[in-house]
Every structure is written in C-alpha cells, then in structure tokens.
Design a protein around this ligand. Sequence first.
Ligand code: ZN
Length: 391
Amino acid sequence: MITLHRAPWVLPISSPVIADGAVIVDDEHILAVGAYADLRHGAYARIVDHGSRILMPGLVNCHCHLELSAFAGLAQQPVEPGNMPAWIASLLKLRASTGDADIEICEAALAAQYADGVGLLVDIGNAPCPRAGGYGGVDVQYFTELLGLSRQGTDHGLKTLADNDAGHKFTCHAPYSTSSALLQAVKGRARLAGQLYPIHVAESRDEVEFLHTGQGRFRIFLEERGVWDGSFAAPGTGAISYLARLDILDDRTLCVHCVHLDDHEIDLLAQKNARVCLCPGSNRFLGVGQASPAKMLAAGIRPGLGTDSVASNPELSMWREMAILAADHPELDPATILAMATLYGAEALGDKGKGRLEAGSTSRLLGVGFEGQEPLEFLVRDHDAKDVIWL
Ligand SMILES: [Zn+2]
C-alpha cells in the first residue's frame, strides 16, 4: 500500500531539512522524499498528515552491552573520575556475585530503546545471546566478545573461535585486555566473513599508559586478578597506532570511544577508513575525558554514537548522548550531531537502508512530537524524553 506521510518538518539527514515535507512509502521502502507541494499529486492509497511531528529516520545506537542491564546501580554511584581499572573491578565483582541480566531484562532494555526511537543497535556480550538477530522491534547486530592477554587466555579465545562456525560473530574487548594473536585471529575471521569488528579503543589514560609502558593501574589490576603472565609486550604506542601495526584497521573495524588519540592517530583512522563510535555519556560518567569529534570530522571521519551500558551510563538514551555531545562540543552544528546519531552510525555498521530518508531506505520512520521553528536544535539540545512514534 502506497502512503504519503506529510509533516511540517521532514529531516532526511542525507539532505537538508524540508519544511512542509512529504515521504512516500510502500510497505517496505521509501519511494520518494520532498516538498509536499511537489509530491501531493499522485495515486496514493493513503495520505496521513502528521500535524505537529518531525519525520526522521530511526536512531542508530552503535555500542551497547544489554547483558549488563542488571547493573544499573553501578552508574548511580559516584566513581573516582578517570579510574577505569577501579570501575572494571567493581563491575566484575558485581557480575561474579549476581550474574548477568536474564533475557527478560535484556528484552525490556531493548524495548525501551525501541520506544525511545532506536531502530538499529550493536549489542556486545560475553555470553551467546539467545535472541541475536532482532527482537523488540530493533534490528540488533550481536557480537560475542573475547578477551585474554595471557597465553592461557589467548589459547582459550582461539579455541572458542575454532569451536564456532563462521556465522557466529566475534569481537575483541580492547587492545589492553586482548593479546595481539587473539586480536588478529578474530579480525582475520571477521574479515573473511565480511563482518564488523567493534572494539573498545583509547578509552582511558590508564589504557594509553599501559600500551606505552606496560605499567600503571591496568598492570596492577591484571596482576591482582592473577591474569598477568608477562607474555604481553607493550607496543610502546597509542592504541590506534598499535592496531594499525597489527593490520586491524579497515572500513569494517569500529573503534569505540576513541577519547585519547593524538593527531597522527586521527589521521591513521581516516587513512584506513576505519569507523568510529563515540560514547559521550559513558565517558562523562567515568570521567575519562572527551573525544575530539571536530578534529575527526575535519579529517573526513564520520563518527556514530553509542550509549554503552547502564553500568557506565546513568541513562541509555541516544537523545541524551546528542545533548551531551552538543554541550561538550559547542563547535559542532546540530545537523552534524543528528547525522552522527543516525546516518553516520548506519554507515559505520554497514547498513545502507537506515539512518537516512531516501528512496530505497526503510519505510520505518520516526515521528517526533514538536511545535516550534528549530527542529534540529530541539532534537539535539533537549535532554528530555521525546514523544516518539514509529510509523
Ligand atoms: Zn562498551
């Protein structure tokens, strides 16, 4: 059934805002986007006028750990700013005592994401997800995360890879928690299968120190956990330089966080066409610092955004991520911030049918209640929950 949706504001994202716009859809795809005056004369089965709504694509959450949804309490307590090892230790202690969220809690978290306007999400977990592939209305890209810096940890990770067929998607936690052999084995497998490879990168100063020197709070943390066997040789560089040296950066590698990069590493990311996901809410909560989106954009990188989990973020809201980014980086224009939460995220995940309103993209549109004259400012700077419907 061909439907014309009319609204006072249509935000295609990949092209400028249209006042009094229209989106024509069939049951699966967008057929046309433009001014209502240009599209109104056609044979439509249905014309729907969305009086006071913005029409836009669904949001794309590029980084989340739904299995940590039971640990919301962690992000409700103060942390020592910037002390990642201490936060990880508290998380591991909680996980050991209570276990991860069961499937009902994960599904509730996902349903909340959908109700908030998220249509595509990357979920990373340590246990295989029983509902991988899409549930609760959101398209989910699920990855099982491997890590292991010691010889024993590496062998365990390699065995897990060998025990699973190529359709099972794996990724690695981070360069400071995963040996070079395991980082390369998982990337090699993902590359062969054409799969995305999300990885936490350059999140904290502790990580930078550990990769440069093999010392610092992460070294102490690993020793205290009994997983330091001396086999890890610090590369003596930052995380991105290290991943480049291991031939891990390409257009299917999604570098998550990217807070502590020097200019050379930003250039390296751009040269390799590697993808980036920023998590401003989690970074703010943990006090690890702020990424440099303006420099990345100037280098030609188009970062997506992610909420990370409730263990490091008091609220899982992509609207709030945009508002934090806008507050932290007043130099960014609202259209770019909205593109990061939609189009750039979908590009980073390799999904060409989402994140934009164009002929051929998904007919599942978002309608956001709004009465005013500055829709971009409203969407990007307003922290409050939105009146969101899916069309
Ligand atoms: Zn994460």
